[in-house]
Design a protein around this ligand. Structure first.
Ligand SMILES: Cc1cc2nc3c(=O)[nH]c(=O)nc-3n(C[C@H](O)[C@H](O)[C@H](O)COP(=O)(O)OP(=O)(O)OC[C@H]3O[C@@H](n4cnc5c(N)ncnc54)[C@H](O)[C@@H]3O)c2cc1C
Length: 611
């Protein structure tokens, strides 16, 4: 097994450990000595007097023993310098989060700077004299606090009861996988006997709830992502970019495919890599469900991956550009019709975002296009949008959709998706050049190659501890798992289910590794929230119902909380703020020759089929 935790302190060389330890102990001794000598000038009776008397003592020294005073100030500065430098070197390698490290270091630096300042000015300024003892004590404690924990981490670590190293492999870095890996790292920290490896075919975490906003440019596309290398930078988690193609559950082996360029392919086997595991977390999510509808895979766009967002935005803008030029009325109508198949949350959010884009930006920029010509449709097979959602949210959403002028086609099934129209079971087809398929998801096809039991929908039934049938060491989470809730129904494919399962699995695996009993998973439903265009949202959160602007504000705040990474949060807030004042870009990013090609033309990979 490769040596892991390269940046963790316990893997440091013996020389480094000895040097760091000597530097810290020497600096602490020096600090103590300067205090002892300073205070011995005037006799103090009780330790509680120490801080108050240090100022008087320093003043006396600076007046009557100037040489000694200079030596003490120098040693004081040297001791802090030693502690400060070693703390910087060691701190970078501890398991604390990056932001926390920076905050603690900044606080300690400030204290030390103030301490040195009051030492220098104590002979001249009365306030410095009064404060020097207290500030000195605080900064000494801060520096010792910063250096001692890493020092302990240098020399000591826990071991499993039987001292056997374990490797946990997490397949899929979505909500479930990332929360599971981070949770485990948080619970067990730098553990010499634990290796956590997360494998994902893309190198970033995607935040799907904001994909509709990215698809219309309210926020820039990259803002809905955070690179795994950044997320895991201060953790004990290794990340591998590869496409997992097969899991041999019995042999405890994950096989993955690494894409290599043509010249590297002389040895074909080089692109196949295997990874052995002790525990496996399967969280490859889901892929688009088209129910084998004719033409859907070839002619529709999807709202699932990052490149989908780029394609949608380009397609909408391109349709406006073409409509502004063509003279044929029927074609112009097709270009300005946007059909969304599926009246679930994704369908509604993307339809209302498109309507906002048209009315807030595009109609202004395309004076050739009459304001009544663009039309957005939502086609839903059932009698209402948002099936299964709280009644009040459904009511408000339907009212708002009508107010926005979005055309609802209910109780009608799509039988075919053509390049220029959606064919319905009943009635005339809806003509449209932009057709978005948001009619549900099906489990990742990878699960069928993982030698675990699947149900008829392709998901993996899990027990109360989220383990696959017949395996104590394989956990299945998120959209891939068939997990039965307290009401006896399967839990829905939602982010809030996925991250709760990730957290829970991490806690359970930590228990398992420490020989403690597991706890069953209990899903907590925080509620439902949906944005319905024009700074309007319907929210039912923990029983509290909000609509309109306040609902929309809560919707945004909650998404912001859940997005991973401070830098991403800041970028999103900036984008949202700019969007209130500055018109968003309508530049097309894709090649103009390919923007109208369908998936079939471009050979785009539509499913998560392993290569
Ligand atoms: C547009 C949209 C909006 C949504 N809005 C909401 C919302 O508002 N609230 C909510 O609760 N839920 C929402 N969801 C649902 C939510 O995003 C999913 O339920 C959740 O992401 C599932 O998490 P997961 O970890 O199971 O899978 P995913 O998040 O899909 O992650 C799976 C990961 O596995 C990787 N992967 C797949 N196959 C392989 C392979 N073979 N090899 C390597 N890696 C692989 C993928 O690259 C991906 O990173 C939305 C979904 C979409 C698409």
């Amino acid at each position: 097994m490769r040596k892991t935790e390269s940046y963790s302190l316990k893997n440091a060389s013996l020389g480094f450990k000895l040097l760091a330890t000597a530097a810290i102990l020497f600096s602490i001794a020096l600090l103590g000595w300067t205090w002892y000598v300073s205070l011995s000038v005037i006799k103090f009776n009780r330790p509680s007097d120490m801080c108050r008397l240090l100022g008087d003592s320093l003043w006396a020294l600076s007046q009557y023993k100037k040489g000694l005073f200079g030596v003490l100030v120098f040693f004081q500065a040297a001791a802090y310098g030693g502690l400060y430098l070693t703390s910087r070197v060691l701190f970078a390698r501890t398991s604390l989060r990056r932001r926390m490290k920076k905050l603690l270091q900044a606080a300690a630096t400030l204290l030390v700077a103030i301490d040195l300042l009051v030492w220098f000015t104590a002979p001249f300024i009365r306030t410095s004299q009064a404060l020097v003892g207290y500030i000195g004590l605080a900064s000494a404690l801060a520096m010792i606090g910063l250096t001692l924990p890493p020092l302990i981490q240098l020399w000591f670590y826990q071991r499993w009861p039987n001292s056997k190293p374990r490797r946990v492999v997490v397949v899929g870095g979505g909500f479930a996988g990332v929360y599971a890996a981070l949770g485990l790292d948080k619970k067990l920290g730098y553990h010499r006997d634990l290796e956590i490896v997360l494998v994902d075919r893309k190198n970033f975490f995607l935040f799907p709830p904001l994909l509709p906003s990215a698809s219309v440019g309210t926020i820039e596309t990259r803002q809905v992502t955070q690179s795994y290398r950044r997320i895991f930078e201060t953790t004990n988690i290794q990340y591998k970019k590869a496409n997992v193609t097969h899991v041999d559950a019995k042999a405890r082996k994950v096989t993955m495919h690494v894409h290599l360029e043509a010249e590297d392919m002389a040895d074909q086997s080089a692109s196949e890599v295997t990874l052995l595991f002790d525990y496996l977390v399967l969280a490859p999510g889901a892929t688009n469900q088209t129910f084998n509808t004719k033409g859907a895979e070839e002619n529709a766009l999807f709202v699932k991956e990052l490149d989908d967002a780029i394609k949608i935005r380009d397609r909408i803008i391109d349709c406006f550009e073409r409509a502004a030029v063509v003279q044929d009325d029927a074609i112009r109508r097709e270009l300005l019709h946007f059909a969304v198949v599926g009246g679930g949350p994704t369908g509604i959010e993307i339809a209302t975002e498109i309507q906002d884009l048209i009315h807030e930006v595009l109609l202004k920029r395309y004076p050739e296009i009459h304001k009544d010509h663009p039309e957005v449709y939502i086609i839903q097979s059932g009698p209402q949008v948002l099936p299964g959602w709280p009644e009040k949210v459904v009511e408000t959403t339907t009212r708002q959709l009508k107010r926005l002028g979005i055309k609802l086609v209910l109780n009608n099934r799509v039988t075919e998706v053509r390049r220029d129209a959606v064919v319905l079971k009943e009635g005339a087809p809806v003509s449209a050049r932009t057709i978005l398929w948001c009619a549900g998801v099906k489990p990742s096809p990878l699960l069928a190659s993982c030698s675990v039991v699947l149900d008829k929908s392709g998901r993996v039934p899990v027990d109360e501890y989220l383990r696959a049938q017949g395996f104590d060491n394989i956990f299945v989470l998120g959209d891939s798992a068939l997990c039965i809730g307290a009401d006896g129904k399967p839990l829905p494919p939602l982010g809030q289910v996925a991250f709760q399962q990730g957290d829970h699995m991490a806690a359970n695996l930590a228990r398992l590794l420490q020989g403690e009993p597991l706890k069953p998973f209990k899903y907590f439903n925080f509620g439902a929230l949906i944005s319905v265009g024009e700074r309007y949202a319907a929210v039912d959160l923990l029983g509290v119902k909000l609509t309109g602007f306040i609902g929309w504000f809560v919707w945004r705040t909650l998404y912001l909380v859940k997005i991973i990474g401070l830098s991403t949060k800041i970028r999103i807030v900036i984008d949202w703020t700019l969007d209130l004042f500055i018109e968003r870009s309508i530049a097309q990013l894709e090649n103009p020759d390919t923007v109208h090609k369908t998936s079939a033309d471009s050979g785009r990979e539509l499913t998560a089929t392993p290569q």
